[in-house]
Design a protein around this ligand. Sequence first.
Ligand SMILES: O=C(CO)[C@H](O)[C@H](O)COP(=O)(O)O
Length: 166
Amino acid sequence: MLKPKIAPSMLSSDFANLAMLKCGADWLHLDIMSLFTGNWGELVQRIKLKSMWPGVALKPGTNIEEVYPLLDGEDSVEMVLCMTVDPGFGGQKFMPEMMNKVHALRKKYPSLDIEVDGGLGPSTIDMAASAGANCIVAGSLVFGASDPAHVISLMRKSIENAQGVG
Ligand SMILES: O=C(CO)[C@H](O)[C@H](O)COP(=O)(O)O
């Protein structure tokens, strides 16, 4: 079983109230958008040398084939984030057509951490989990909830159910 990882998106948070850290989240998700033009292999190696995990995010318009060289080579990343909205802001509508990418990745890489981000909620989480995502970023859902811990546990359950556990 792949560990479910639930990552509240700090984009939707109140930085003066980070009680979320006590609500059972596995990661905190922070968007930093920039254009990288350097040496990819060197960057990955430097991240790993710091005992951190390199990952890569795919915008909705990027083809899945573009990520394979980053997973198959020597300096491979350890997580792929399939954006399910265009990056920029929270509260957007989930793009179900992105599930093809998640599905293709899961088929090719059974033990890869695959994350989805954007528009995740009760009506979309199961779709993402069944396609093979085990890491979920959620902003509005978690930070808008009266009981964030409950929401986080429901998301975890959805992933476990999709994996046939629990
Ligand atoms: O990366 C993001 C936007 O760039 C946000 O993390 C994402 O949109 C999550 O927000 P929500 O759950 O409200 O859709």
